[in-house]
Structure formats: C-alpha cells, structure tokens
Design a binder for this molecule. Structure first.
Ligand code: NAD
Ligand code: GLY
Length: 361
C-alpha cells in the first residue's frame, strides 16, 4: 500500500515514525501497531468526523481495540481547558486505564488539545497523531508541543508530549478548503526561510501546483518540512535554544490572532503576515537585503496569504501581547529574525526603535 515516505524522529526512547502517503487511514496496522493496549479514545471535531472518523474506527475494529470517540466543536476558540476537561471526563467515566491510547484526528487544534489531555490523563497515556490539515502535517503533529489557549495568550498552558506515531494521509487534502491549504503553505514557506534556501527555491518553482492541490508535490513538501522540523526538534526537544527558530513570524502572528480574536485570522495567515514583519525588521538591521522581502512577499501572495497585519491593530496592542510570548524573558521580547535566506536566529539584540518602525504606525 502506498506509504510514500517513513521518517523517524530520533528522540531516544521517545522516538517515533511519521508515515506520509495516500490511503493510509485504510491500513489498520499502521495505526493499531502503535496502540498500547486494547482501548482507545478518538478525539475529533464536527467537521472532520463525518469525513474520516469511520475509517479510523474500522481500523480499530479490525484489531479488536475497544474505542470511544469524542466530537468537539470546530474552531480555535474551543482550544481551551474546558475541551481538555471534557476529554478527561469521558476517559474516566468510561474507565480508560493507563494503557489506553488517545488518537487525535483532525487539524492542529484537535492535535494540541488531545495531546495535552493525553499528557495529563493518569500522568500520561499513549498518544497517536492523525493530522488532516496541511498545517498539522507539516508542523503541529510533529515535535510534541501540546496545549491550549488562555484569553490572555495563545498556547499558554501545555506540555511537551511526543506522540507514538504520526499518520499523515495526504488524501485528506482533497477535502481541505483552499484557505486552509494556503494557511498550511505559510508554515511550509517558513521552513525554507529559516533553514533551507534550496527548498525555498523549490517552493518558488512549484507553488502554483502546490496551491492547486497536486498530491505528489504536497507529499514532497510534507516530507521536507517534517525532515527539517525533526532535525531541529532532535537537537532541542524542549526549546532551550535552537527550536525557537521554528517560530519565525509567530510572535507577531500570535499578537494578530489574540487581538483579532481566536479563529478570525487563521494561524497560518497570521504567521504569514508575521513573517513579513520579521523580515522587515531583519532588513532594518541590515542582516538581509530587500530581495529576500520581495521574493517572500511574492511567494506568500502566490500562496494566497496576507503579507501585512490587519488594519486597526496599534503598536501598543502588538507590544502588549508580544510581552506575554513564551520567548519573552525578564521583559525582553526575543524574536526570530533572519541572518540570511535559509538561516534564522533567535535574538533580543535588535534595536527597539527599529521594532517600533516595523509595527503599525
Ligand atoms: P484547525 O485544526 O482549526 O483546522 C482547520 C480547519 O480545517 C478546521 O475547521 C478543521 O475542522 C478543518 N479540517 C481539518 N481537516 C480537514 C479536512 N481534511 N478536510 C476538511 N476540513 C478539515 O487548524 P490547523 O491550521 O490545522 O492548526 C492550527 C492550530 O495548530 C493552531 O491552534 C496552532 O496554534 C496550532 N499549532 C500548533 C503547533 C504545535 O507545534 N503544536 C504548531 C503549529 C500550529
Ligand atoms: N511550531 C513550533 C514548534 O513546534 O516548535
């Protein structure tokens, strides 16, 4: 059956495979070989359930794994402690023991919520990621960041908790709305900007086909993105340094998401506008030249992504939310900036006036 690529995330006793290909949900063993015991809980949402829940249930049935399912409301605004408590309540009510497996079936919102619930239920149970958006396949399902939002800040409550495997079925892109595909492309473009200039070139050549949904090219983009993410996470699993480069554009982007209200701007859209702001500041510092900005804006626009923050967010609002970012230490806002196309750094060593010039006037 068509597993196109298997990639290992090498983290010692927390290592796991990422399977990438089409028709993966139809392969019972791919999922069930990573179940711990004979019970499971599938966590999904009201949009994904009608599309893909049955296939996962059939895989578990085929190997006699008793399973429950929980269907959350769809949306970033439901990425809350209340959703986590709903999962914990069901696990307890239905007597799931420490050998149960929590399976996240959906985009990054579901993966983040379900993973966090798995990390705290009975101090941690087995967890499988089945990401169904481009963004979740290239980013959120890999690397073990789980958590929920707080009204004062995004992803402020959570845990590092690695899955047992990631099943990235590229067939799920066939039902994904175009706007969500574009949001995922923002994170794909991010990998080129922070780590791999050749991959950025490849994206420039292929962005129209990627946006058009070409499955083979999307599988290739998922593979390269996951390779880059895995290599970074393997060096710095808990983000004591290097891993923060994966957050290019995110400090600005989280401020956009928080001020606009969770769910109004998609995460990938906010990251796209945030990356242009980070590039802008890097140019003001003379670390990169104007050509990086021109190429990035052109690529993001071809992917149908925003390249500027929404009107109406003031510099003060940006600064207030950015001060709550997890990279902010002792009041200093650390930012991911570019030293070159394909090379990022995490630094508080930028000129504060230049940051102010980068923010809306
Ligand atoms: P999402 O989970 O909200 O999914 C986007 C939309 O697509 C939702 O409406 C969802 O129901 C729908 N959907 C999912 N799969 C579908 C499919 N195959 N067909 C049709 N519709 C489908 O958003 P996302 O972009 O996947 O993830 C964004 C979230 O991920 C944010 O909360 C962000 O903070 C988080 N994130 C986490 C990490 C991490 O490392 N943990 C990294 C990046 C982003
Ligand atoms: N999305 C950033 C990270 O996983 O570190």
């Amino acid at each position: 059956m068509p597993i196109k690529h298997t990639l290992n995330v090498d983290l010692g006793d927390r290592s796991y495979p990422i399977y990438i290909g089409n028709d993966l949900l139809g392969q019972a063993d791919l999922i069930t070989q990573h179940a711990a015991g004979k019970s499971a809980l599938i966590v999904t949402n009201s949009t994904v359930a009608p599309l893909y829940l049955k296939a996962v249930q059939q895989a578990l049935d085929a190997r006699q794994i008793r399973h429950d399912r929980i269907i959350l409301d769809d949306g970033e605004q439901f990425k809350t402690m209340a959703s986590v408590e709903t999962i914990i309540d069901l696990l307890l009510a239905n007597r799931h023991d420490r050998r149960t497996t929590v399976i996240a079936l959906g985009g990054g919102v579901i993966g983040d919520i379900a993973g966090f619930a798995a990390s705290i239920y009975q101090r941690g149970v087995n967890f499988i990621q089945i990401p169904t958006t481009l963004l979740s396949q290239v980013d959120s399902s890999v690397g073990g960041k789980t958590g929920v939002n707080h009204p004062l800040g995004k992803n402020m409550v959570g845990a590092f908790y690695q899955p047992r495997c990631v099943v990235a079925d590229t067939d799920s892109f066939t039902t994904l709305p175009a706007r969500e595909l574009s949001a995922g492309l923002a994170e794909v473009i991010k990998y080129g900007l922070i780590y791999d200039a050749e991959f950025f070139d490849w994206l420039e050549r292929n962005i129209d086909s990627l946006k058009g949904g070409d499955t083979d090219l999307l599988a290739q983009a998922v593979l390269v993105s996951c390779q880059i993410k895995a290599r970074v996470v393997e060096q710095d699993e808990r983000e004591s340094g290097l891993r923060a480069i994966l957050n290019l554009g995110h400090t600005f982007g989280h401020a956009i998401e928080t001020v606009m209200g969770y769910g109004n701007w998609l995460h990938g859209e906010a990251v796209a506008a945030g990356m242009v702001m980070a590039i802008d500041l890097s140019i003001r510092e003379s670390w990169i030249d104007e050509s990086v900005r021109e190429r990035s804006i052109s690529l993001l626009e071809r992917a149908a992504l925003p390249v500027a923050p929404p009107a109406g967010i003031s510099a003060d609002q940006f600064l207030e939310v950015m001060a709550i970012d997890k990279k902010t230490i002792d009041g200093n806002i650390n930012l991911v900036l570019l030293r070159a196309l394909g090379e990022a750094c995490v630094t508080g060593g930028y000129d504060h006036d230049k940051l102010l010039q980068t923010l809306p006037g």
